[in-house]
Design a protein around this ligand. Structure first.
Ligand SMILES: *[C@@H]1O[C@H](CO)[C@@H](O)[C@H](O)[C@H]1NC(C)=O
Ligand SMILES: *[C@@H]1O[C@H](CO)[C@@H](O)[C@H](O)[C@H]1NC(C)=O
Length: 411
Protein backbone atom coordinates (compact mmCIF):
# COMPACT_ATOMS: atom_id res chain seq x y z
CA UNK A 1 0.00 0.00 0.00
CA UNK A 2 2.80 2.38 0.94
CA UNK A 3 4.66 1.95 -2.37
CA UNK A 4 1.41 2.22 -4.26
CA UNK A 5 0.54 5.44 -2.55
CA UNK A 6 3.96 6.93 -3.22
CA UNK A 7 3.64 5.97 -6.86
CA UNK A 8 0.25 7.57 -7.10
CA UNK A 9 1.47 10.61 -5.26
CA UNK A 10 4.28 11.09 -7.77
CA UNK A 11 2.14 10.28 -10.79
CA UNK A 12 -0.64 12.63 -9.81
CA UNK A 13 1.85 15.34 -9.01
CA UNK A 14 3.49 15.18 -12.40
CA UNK A 15 0.19 15.03 -14.23
CA UNK A 16 -0.92 18.12 -12.43
CA UNK A 17 2.17 20.26 -12.12
CA UNK A 18 -0.10 23.06 -13.15
CA UNK A 19 -1.93 22.89 -9.84
CA UNK A 20 1.22 23.38 -7.84
CA UNK A 21 1.35 27.11 -8.29
CA UNK A 22 -1.34 27.74 -5.76
CA UNK A 23 -0.30 30.79 -3.78
CA UNK A 24 0.57 29.76 -0.26
CA UNK A 25 1.38 32.37 2.40
CA UNK A 26 5.07 33.12 2.80
CA UNK A 27 4.94 32.46 6.55
CA UNK A 28 4.18 28.78 6.06
CA UNK A 29 7.28 26.63 6.46
CA UNK A 30 8.25 24.05 3.86
CA UNK A 31 6.04 25.81 1.36
CA UNK A 32 7.11 23.76 -1.63
CA UNK A 33 6.40 20.53 0.10
CA UNK A 34 2.97 21.80 1.07
CA UNK A 35 2.30 22.94 -2.50
CA UNK A 36 3.18 19.48 -3.77
CA UNK A 37 1.12 17.77 -1.13
CA UNK A 38 -1.78 20.04 -1.85
CA UNK A 39 -1.55 19.45 -5.58
CA UNK A 40 -2.23 15.80 -4.83
CA UNK A 41 -5.28 16.66 -2.74
CA UNK A 42 -6.58 19.09 -5.34
CA UNK A 43 -6.09 16.64 -8.20
CA UNK A 44 -7.92 13.98 -6.29
CA UNK A 45 -10.72 16.39 -5.54
CA UNK A 46 -11.06 17.31 -9.22
CA UNK A 47 -11.01 13.65 -10.14
CA UNK A 48 -13.74 13.08 -7.57
CA UNK A 49 -15.86 15.88 -9.02
CA UNK A 50 -15.43 14.44 -12.50
CA UNK A 51 -16.27 10.96 -11.34
CA UNK A 52 -19.44 12.16 -9.66
CA UNK A 53 -20.39 14.17 -12.73
CA UNK A 54 -19.99 11.10 -14.94
CA UNK A 55 -22.01 9.05 -12.50
CA UNK A 56 -19.11 6.67 -11.83
CA UNK A 57 -18.50 7.02 -8.12
CA UNK A 58 -19.67 9.72 -5.74
CA UNK A 59 -17.26 12.44 -4.63
CA UNK A 60 -16.55 11.08 -1.16
CA UNK A 61 -16.13 7.60 -2.58
CA UNK A 62 -13.19 8.84 -4.66
CA UNK A 63 -11.79 11.01 -1.87
CA UNK A 64 -11.76 7.93 0.33
CA UNK A 65 -8.66 6.93 -1.61
CA UNK A 66 -6.70 9.17 0.79
CA UNK A 67 -7.78 6.90 3.62
CA UNK A 68 -7.04 3.68 1.74
CA UNK A 69 -3.60 4.87 0.65
CA UNK A 70 -2.52 5.34 4.24
CA UNK A 71 -4.18 2.31 5.77
CA UNK A 72 -2.05 -0.08 7.75
CA UNK A 73 -2.80 -3.18 9.76
CA UNK A 74 -2.15 -2.12 13.34
CA UNK A 75 0.05 -4.80 14.90
CA UNK A 76 1.72 -5.20 18.26
CA UNK A 77 5.36 -4.22 18.56
CA UNK A 78 8.05 -4.41 21.20
CA UNK A 79 6.37 -1.85 23.45
CA UNK A 80 2.73 -1.76 22.44
CA UNK A 81 0.09 -4.44 22.42
CA UNK A 82 -2.52 -3.77 19.74
CA UNK A 83 -5.87 -5.49 19.50
CA UNK A 84 -8.97 -4.86 17.46
CA UNK A 85 -12.17 -5.18 19.42
CA UNK A 86 -15.81 -4.26 19.45
CA UNK A 87 -17.16 -2.03 22.20
CA UNK A 88 -20.93 -2.18 22.27
CA UNK A 89 -20.88 -3.23 18.64
CA UNK A 90 -18.51 -0.48 17.44
CA UNK A 91 -15.04 -1.30 16.14
CA UNK A 92 -12.11 0.04 18.13
CA UNK A 93 -8.36 -0.36 17.90
CA UNK A 94 -6.96 -0.72 21.39
CA UNK A 95 -3.34 0.16 22.17
CA UNK A 96 -1.89 -0.89 25.51
CA UNK A 97 1.60 -0.64 26.96
CA UNK A 98 3.35 -4.00 27.14
CA UNK A 99 5.55 -3.11 30.09
CA UNK A 100 3.56 -3.89 33.19
CA UNK A 101 5.00 -1.56 35.80
CA UNK A 102 3.49 -3.23 38.86
CA UNK A 103 -0.13 -2.69 39.74
CA UNK A 104 -0.25 1.02 39.01
CA UNK A 105 -3.27 2.21 37.10
CA UNK A 106 -2.77 4.09 33.86
CA UNK A 107 -4.17 7.00 31.94
CA UNK A 108 -6.44 6.42 28.97
CA UNK A 109 -7.10 8.48 25.87
CA UNK A 110 -10.11 7.89 23.69
CA UNK A 111 -9.03 9.12 20.27
CA UNK A 112 -11.31 10.13 17.42
CA UNK A 113 -9.75 10.51 14.00
CA UNK A 114 -10.48 13.36 11.60
CA UNK A 115 -11.68 13.34 8.00
CA UNK A 116 -14.86 15.42 7.98
CA UNK A 117 -17.03 12.52 9.25
CA UNK A 118 -16.69 11.11 5.71
CA UNK A 119 -13.06 10.06 5.45
CA UNK A 120 -10.31 8.75 7.67
CA UNK A 121 -9.76 5.71 9.81
CA UNK A 122 -8.06 4.88 13.07
CA UNK A 123 -6.03 2.46 10.95
CA UNK A 124 -4.29 5.21 8.93
CA UNK A 125 -0.58 5.26 9.59
CA UNK A 126 -0.41 8.79 11.09
CA UNK A 127 -3.11 7.85 13.64
CA UNK A 128 -1.46 4.52 14.31
CA UNK A 129 1.87 6.28 14.94
CA UNK A 130 0.28 8.91 17.16
CA UNK A 131 -1.43 6.24 19.24
CA UNK A 132 1.86 4.37 19.76
CA UNK A 133 3.60 7.58 20.75
CA UNK A 134 0.91 8.30 23.34
CA UNK A 135 1.12 4.78 24.72
CA UNK A 136 4.88 4.85 25.14
CA UNK A 137 5.33 8.45 26.26
CA UNK A 138 2.31 8.64 28.52
CA UNK A 139 2.14 5.03 29.67
CA UNK A 140 -1.47 5.16 28.63
CA UNK A 141 -4.09 3.01 27.03
CA UNK A 142 -5.30 4.48 23.74
CA UNK A 143 -8.68 3.61 22.35
CA UNK A 144 -8.99 4.62 18.72
CA UNK A 145 -12.59 4.53 17.58
CA UNK A 146 -13.55 3.27 14.13
CA UNK A 147 -16.90 5.04 14.03
CA UNK A 148 -19.03 4.61 10.91
CA UNK A 149 -18.79 7.35 8.27
CA UNK A 150 -21.05 9.56 6.20
CA UNK A 151 -22.44 9.62 3.55
CA UNK A 152 -23.27 5.94 4.08
CA UNK A 153 -24.10 6.78 7.68
CA UNK A 154 -25.35 10.31 8.21
CA UNK A 155 -25.57 12.19 11.51
CA UNK A 156 -26.13 11.11 14.23
CA UNK A 157 -24.60 7.68 13.46
CA UNK A 158 -20.90 8.70 13.68
CA UNK A 159 -21.62 10.62 16.89
CA UNK A 160 -23.66 7.79 18.37
CA UNK A 161 -20.97 5.23 17.61
CA UNK A 162 -18.50 7.36 19.53
CA UNK A 163 -20.95 7.88 22.38
CA UNK A 164 -21.56 4.13 22.69
CA UNK A 165 -17.86 3.35 22.84
CA UNK A 166 -17.25 6.03 25.46
CA UNK A 167 -20.17 4.86 27.62
CA UNK A 168 -19.00 1.27 27.36
CA UNK A 169 -15.40 2.10 28.20
CA UNK A 170 -16.23 4.33 31.18
CA UNK A 171 -17.65 1.46 33.19
CA UNK A 172 -15.59 0.62 36.25
CA UNK A 173 -15.45 -3.07 35.33
CA UNK A 174 -14.20 -2.38 31.83
CA UNK A 175 -11.61 0.14 33.02
CA UNK A 176 -10.32 -2.35 35.58
CA UNK A 177 -9.86 -4.92 32.85
CA UNK A 178 -7.37 -2.59 31.15
CA UNK A 179 -5.81 -1.24 34.37
CA UNK A 180 -7.13 2.24 33.66
CA UNK A 181 -7.40 4.86 36.40
CA UNK A 182 -11.02 6.15 36.27
CA UNK A 183 -9.74 9.60 37.27
CA UNK A 184 -7.34 9.95 34.34
CA UNK A 185 -9.30 9.58 31.14
CA UNK A 186 -9.34 12.05 28.26
CA UNK A 187 -11.22 12.26 25.04
CA UNK A 188 -9.41 13.74 22.08
CA UNK A 189 -9.55 14.12 18.34
CA UNK A 190 -8.55 16.22 15.37
CA UNK A 191 -10.84 18.15 13.04
CA UNK A 192 -14.11 16.19 12.81
CA UNK A 193 -12.70 14.02 15.61
CA UNK A 194 -12.37 17.17 17.72
CA UNK A 195 -16.01 17.87 16.97
CA UNK A 196 -17.02 14.42 18.19
CA UNK A 197 -14.80 14.75 21.26
CA UNK A 198 -16.34 18.10 22.22
CA UNK A 199 -19.86 16.81 21.61
CA UNK A 200 -19.45 13.65 23.65
CA UNK A 201 -17.83 15.61 26.51
CA UNK A 202 -20.91 17.83 26.66
CA UNK A 203 -23.25 14.87 26.58
CA UNK A 204 -21.51 13.00 29.42
CA UNK A 205 -21.51 15.90 31.85
CA UNK A 206 -25.26 16.28 31.32
CA UNK A 207 -25.92 12.78 32.60
CA UNK A 208 -26.36 12.68 36.36
CA UNK A 209 -25.92 8.89 36.40
CA UNK A 210 -22.47 9.06 34.82
CA UNK A 211 -20.10 8.00 37.60
CA UNK A 212 -16.78 7.98 35.80
CA UNK A 213 -16.09 11.45 34.41
CA UNK A 214 -13.64 12.63 31.81
CA UNK A 215 -10.65 14.48 33.19
CA UNK A 216 -9.76 16.33 30.01
CA UNK A 217 -10.69 17.04 26.41
CA UNK A 218 -8.00 17.76 23.85
CA UNK A 219 -9.32 19.28 20.65
CA UNK A 220 -7.02 19.62 17.66
CA UNK A 221 -8.24 22.19 15.10
CA UNK A 222 -11.82 21.11 15.85
CA UNK A 223 -14.96 21.78 13.78
CA UNK A 224 -17.48 23.24 16.22
CA UNK A 225 -20.30 24.97 14.44
CA UNK A 226 -22.24 24.85 11.17
CA UNK A 227 -24.23 28.06 11.51
CA UNK A 228 -21.78 30.63 10.23
CA UNK A 229 -19.56 29.37 7.43
CA UNK A 230 -18.27 32.87 6.72
CA UNK A 231 -16.25 33.66 9.83
CA UNK A 232 -13.04 35.63 9.17
CA UNK A 233 -11.06 32.38 9.08
CA UNK A 234 -13.46 30.85 6.55
CA UNK A 235 -13.02 33.97 4.40
CA UNK A 236 -9.29 34.38 4.84
CA UNK A 237 -8.50 30.71 4.25
CA UNK A 238 -11.08 29.72 1.70
CA UNK A 239 -8.40 28.52 -0.73
CA UNK A 240 -5.87 27.22 1.78
CA UNK A 241 -4.25 23.83 1.25
CA UNK A 242 -5.71 20.59 2.55
CA UNK A 243 -9.05 22.00 3.65
CA UNK A 244 -10.45 24.69 1.33
CA UNK A 245 -13.82 26.11 2.26
CA UNK A 246 -15.64 24.10 -0.43
CA UNK A 247 -14.38 20.85 1.02
CA UNK A 248 -15.33 21.81 4.57
CA UNK A 249 -18.80 22.83 3.41
CA UNK A 250 -19.03 19.56 1.54
CA UNK A 251 -18.12 17.63 4.70
CA UNK A 252 -20.69 19.56 6.71
CA UNK A 253 -23.51 18.99 4.26
CA UNK A 254 -22.65 15.33 3.67
CA UNK A 255 -22.66 14.75 7.42
CA UNK A 256 -26.41 15.38 7.35
CA UNK A 257 -27.67 14.60 3.88
CA UNK A 258 -26.70 13.75 0.33
CA UNK A 259 -29.24 16.30 -0.88
CA UNK A 260 -27.18 18.93 -2.69
CA UNK A 261 -29.60 21.70 -1.68
CA UNK A 262 -27.94 21.88 1.72
CA UNK A 263 -24.47 22.07 0.15
CA UNK A 264 -25.55 24.97 -2.07
CA UNK A 265 -27.23 26.80 0.78
CA UNK A 266 -24.19 26.31 3.05
CA UNK A 267 -21.85 27.55 0.32
CA UNK A 268 -23.91 30.75 0.19
CA UNK A 269 -24.20 30.81 4.00
CA UNK A 270 -27.97 31.02 3.57
CA UNK A 271 -28.83 27.72 5.26
CA UNK A 272 -30.08 29.22 8.53
CA UNK A 273 -33.77 28.98 9.27
CA UNK A 274 -35.87 30.68 11.95
CA UNK A 275 -35.11 27.86 14.44
CA UNK A 276 -31.35 27.98 14.00
CA UNK A 277 -31.30 31.78 13.94
CA UNK A 278 -32.01 31.97 17.66
CA UNK A 279 -28.68 30.17 18.16
CA UNK A 280 -26.62 32.55 16.04
CA UNK A 281 -25.74 34.48 19.18
CA UNK A 282 -23.56 31.56 20.28
CA UNK A 283 -21.34 31.84 17.22
CA UNK A 284 -21.22 35.61 16.93
CA UNK A 285 -17.57 36.12 16.10
CA UNK A 286 -17.80 39.84 16.63
CA UNK A 287 -18.34 38.99 20.31
CA UNK A 288 -16.23 35.84 20.76
CA UNK A 289 -13.17 36.45 18.62
CA UNK A 290 -10.41 38.60 20.09
CA UNK A 291 -9.97 41.80 18.07
CA UNK A 292 -6.75 40.58 16.38
CA UNK A 293 -8.61 37.80 14.62
CA UNK A 294 -11.23 40.11 13.18
CA UNK A 295 -8.61 41.14 10.62
CA UNK A 296 -10.13 43.23 7.86
CA UNK A 297 -13.53 41.59 8.16
CA UNK A 298 -16.71 43.23 9.42
CA UNK A 299 -19.36 41.18 11.11
CA UNK A 300 -22.59 40.53 9.33
CA UNK A 301 -24.98 37.93 10.65
CA UNK A 302 -25.74 35.01 8.30
CA UNK A 303 -28.96 35.40 6.34
CA UNK A 304 -32.00 33.67 7.72
CA UNK A 305 -34.35 32.13 5.20
CA UNK A 306 -37.83 32.82 6.50
CA UNK A 307 -40.70 30.38 6.28
CA UNK A 308 -41.12 28.05 3.35
CA UNK A 309 -39.56 29.33 0.19
CA UNK A 310 -36.29 29.40 -1.65
CA UNK A 311 -33.69 26.72 -1.50
CA UNK A 312 -34.41 25.84 2.09
CA UNK A 313 -37.76 24.28 1.21
CA UNK A 314 -36.28 20.99 0.15
CA UNK A 315 -34.60 20.71 3.51
CA UNK A 316 -36.01 17.86 5.44
CA UNK A 317 -35.47 17.06 9.10
CA UNK A 318 -31.95 15.63 8.71
CA UNK A 319 -30.79 18.74 6.83
CA UNK A 320 -31.88 20.83 9.76
CA UNK A 321 -29.82 18.93 12.32
CA UNK A 322 -26.81 21.19 11.67
CA UNK A 323 -28.13 23.20 14.63
CA UNK A 324 -28.10 20.16 16.92
CA UNK A 325 -25.39 20.70 19.56
CA UNK A 326 -24.26 17.09 19.06
CA UNK A 327 -23.17 18.32 15.62
CA UNK A 328 -22.35 21.93 16.56
CA UNK A 329 -21.08 21.93 20.16
CA UNK A 330 -20.72 25.73 20.18
CA UNK A 331 -24.50 26.09 20.14
CA UNK A 332 -25.12 25.65 23.84
CA UNK A 333 -25.58 28.24 26.59
CA UNK A 334 -22.84 28.89 29.15
CA UNK A 335 -24.73 26.81 31.71
CA UNK A 336 -24.03 23.75 29.56
CA UNK A 337 -20.32 24.57 29.43
CA UNK A 338 -19.30 25.40 32.98
CA UNK A 339 -18.86 21.87 34.29
CA UNK A 340 -16.95 20.56 31.28
CA UNK A 341 -13.54 18.95 31.78
CA UNK A 342 -10.49 21.13 31.28
CA UNK A 343 -9.57 21.62 27.67
CA UNK A 344 -6.65 21.83 25.31
CA UNK A 345 -7.49 23.55 22.05
CA UNK A 346 -5.09 23.74 19.13
CA UNK A 347 -5.79 26.21 16.34
CA UNK A 348 -3.95 27.14 13.16
CA UNK A 349 -3.77 30.52 11.49
CA UNK A 350 -4.21 29.13 7.98
CA UNK A 351 -7.29 27.07 8.64
CA UNK A 352 -10.96 27.76 7.89
CA UNK A 353 -11.72 26.27 11.31
CA UNK A 354 -9.44 28.63 13.23
CA UNK A 355 -12.32 30.76 14.50
CA UNK A 356 -14.43 27.77 15.56
CA UNK A 357 -11.61 26.78 17.92
CA UNK A 358 -10.95 30.32 19.15
CA UNK A 359 -14.62 31.01 19.82
CA UNK A 360 -14.79 27.82 21.90
CA UNK A 361 -11.72 28.99 23.84
CA UNK A 362 -13.47 32.28 24.63
CA UNK A 363 -16.76 30.66 25.51
CA UNK A 364 -15.27 27.91 27.71
CA UNK A 365 -13.11 30.41 29.59
CA UNK A 366 -16.07 32.71 30.11
CA UNK A 367 -17.96 29.75 31.56
CA UNK A 368 -15.10 29.08 33.98
CA UNK A 369 -13.46 26.10 32.27
CA UNK A 370 -9.66 25.84 32.39
CA UNK A 371 -8.40 26.06 28.80
CA UNK A 372 -4.96 25.81 27.27
CA UNK A 373 -5.02 27.45 23.87
CA UNK A 374 -2.15 26.71 21.53
CA UNK A 375 -2.27 28.75 18.35
CA UNK A 376 0.15 28.07 15.52
CA UNK A 377 0.88 31.26 13.58
CA UNK A 378 2.30 29.28 10.68
CA UNK A 379 0.01 26.28 11.05
CA UNK A 380 -2.35 24.85 8.45
CA UNK A 381 -5.26 22.48 8.81
CA UNK A 382 -4.34 18.83 9.17
CA UNK A 383 -0.77 19.75 10.15
CA UNK A 384 -0.49 17.30 13.00
CA UNK A 385 -1.15 14.34 10.72
CA UNK A 386 1.76 14.99 8.37
CA UNK A 387 4.26 12.82 10.16
CA UNK A 388 4.88 10.16 7.53
CA UNK A 389 7.33 10.42 4.63
CA UNK A 390 7.03 11.80 1.95
CA UNK A 391 4.48 14.18 3.44
CA UNK A 392 6.27 14.76 6.73
CA UNK A 393 6.37 18.34 8.01
CA UNK A 394 8.40 19.87 10.81
CA UNK A 395 5.31 21.56 12.17
CA UNK A 396 3.65 18.16 12.62
CA UNK A 397 6.40 17.15 14.99
CA UNK A 398 6.12 20.37 17.01
CA UNK A 399 2.35 20.02 17.22
CA UNK A 400 2.56 16.39 18.27
CA UNK A 401 5.20 17.05 20.91
CA UNK A 402 3.30 19.97 22.44
CA UNK A 403 0.04 18.06 22.44
CA UNK A 404 1.57 15.01 24.11
CA UNK A 405 3.35 17.26 26.59
CA UNK A 406 0.04 18.84 27.57
CA UNK A 407 -1.48 15.42 28.13
CA UNK A 408 1.50 14.41 30.22
CA UNK A 409 1.06 17.44 32.45
CA UNK A 410 -2.72 17.50 32.61
CA UNK A 411 -3.94 13.93 32.52
C1 LIG B 1 -23.32 40.07 17.20
O1 LIG B 1 -22.63 40.95 18.04
C2 LIG B 1 -22.69 42.30 17.63
C3 LIG B 1 -21.78 43.13 18.54
O2 LIG B 1 -21.36 42.45 19.65
C4 LIG B 1 -24.14 42.77 17.68
O3 LIG B 1 -24.20 44.10 17.21
C5 LIG B 1 -24.98 41.85 16.79
O4 LIG B 1 -26.35 42.20 16.91
C6 LIG B 1 -24.79 40.41 17.18
N1 LIG B 1 -25.51 39.56 16.23
C7 LIG B 1 -26.06 38.39 16.55
C8 LIG B 1 -26.77 37.64 15.47
O5 LIG B 1 -25.99 37.91 17.67
C1 LIG C 1 -15.44 47.37 7.40
O1 LIG C 1 -15.99 48.56 7.94
C2 LIG C 1 -15.12 49.69 7.85
C3 LIG C 1 -15.74 50.85 8.61
O2 LIG C 1 -17.10 50.92 8.40
C4 LIG C 1 -14.85 50.00 6.38
O3 LIG C 1 -13.98 51.09 6.25
C5 LIG C 1 -14.22 48.77 5.73
O4 LIG C 1 -14.04 48.98 4.35
C6 LIG C 1 -15.07 47.52 5.94
N1 LIG C 1 -14.34 46.37 5.49
C7 LIG C 1 -14.83 45.47 4.62
C8 LIG C 1 -13.93 44.35 4.26
O5 LIG C 1 -15.94 45.57 4.14
Amino acid sequence: MRLGSIFLFVALCSFTAYYIYEPIPEEIEERWKLMLTNSFFRSLSHLADLSELLGLKDYMGVMYFITLAEKVVPVSDEHVKVTEEKFDGVEVVLYQPKQRGGTELRRAIIYLHGGGWCLGSSRMSPYDLLARKMVTELDSVVLSVEYRLAPAHHFPVPYEDVYRVVKHFLQKGVLAQYSVDPGRIAVSGDSAGGNLAAAVSQQLQKEPGQQVKLKAQALIYPVLQALDLNTPSYQQNQDMPILPRTLMVRFWSEYFTSDKALFRAMMANTHNNPESSSLLKFVNWSTFLPETYHKKYNYSAPAVVQGVGGEAVGMDGPSRSFADPRASPLLVPDTALHSLPKAYILTCEYDVLRDDGIMYVTRLRAAGVEVTHEHYDTGFHGGLMFTVWPTDFLIARRMTDNYVKWLKENL
